[in-house]
Design a protein. Sequence first.
Length: 342
Amino acid sequence: MRRSVRRAGTGLVATALAATVPLAGAMPGSAAAPATTGLSRSAAAQPQSAVAAAALPLGCQPLASALMPTGQLAEVITVNEHPLRPPYWEDIYRSIAPAGSVTALASTSTQWDRVNYPPVYLYSRQFFVRSGALYFGSTTYNTVKQTKSFTSRQVGSSWQPFRHLADSSDPWTGYKKAGSLYGVNSNTGTLNRYRVSEQTWGKPVLTHTGSKTGFGSIRSLTLAYQYRPWASDGQDALLATTSKGALLLITMPRTGSFAPRTTVLRSSTWYFDDLAVSNCGSGWALIAVKKGVKQAHLYYIPAYNGSRTRFTYVGRIGTTWSASRTAGFWSDAEVPLRQWNP
């Protein structure tokens, strides 16, 4: 028996075997409380099912990519209209690296090939740090032969200190990567920007275009949204947590000098190790992971408004979240977008 899971906003239908073991296991995890500061709806105030049904826009289906302890890379698919049930996972590739060798993972984006019609190949691509070097990985799925192959290309060296990556190199329109990759150097406490250019498919070239000090306490990092990436006044925005539990929004122009601006959304309680953001109606879905207790919590963000930003707590996803690293996942390179004035 097969279940079909429709991804909101993409028109794609992902299939998963009903017998597939979900990423969230059957054993209960720790009951550590999630961050609740400034929530517009409390999970404790009403039944969990009612909160989940009311918190997310119709058709919203949060997604993430997950690196398992074995080195397997998977797409995590929440159950449509029941996002707090144990999610399904689809194998992107059985092993992208030896177990324990990946120390930083950026979001995975997928694109269909543009040579065949209808398309035959589906590509899943991501940056990651493995054994101290930066790699660009690509999985090719042949939908006709039902086969997968994986290649990785080293695109940088001396990346040992980089523990957090955020990828904004998927263009609003276009097939090849063109934008920026952001990384936090834990040795220097700097946020760094690298311009990504992919003149030849599968061979991105990175150029360092700036760094800023003051980011040594970053605990997790992900792309929050791209704002007007088609315009000269476009921005990238990153969402981050710190070792002291603060939640930050870091914004910067997509072009010109590197001048990140930090806004404190919450000053405490956000002790999360990994974040994954995806488009969700006119807002965004946020999956926030506590690796120490193997928990993933789901939030809805309708809009950003500084310290008054509302984070609607939807609930805990499944039971045990077993991924060693969690990042975003974007079908058809549908990166999180913000199309109105900040």
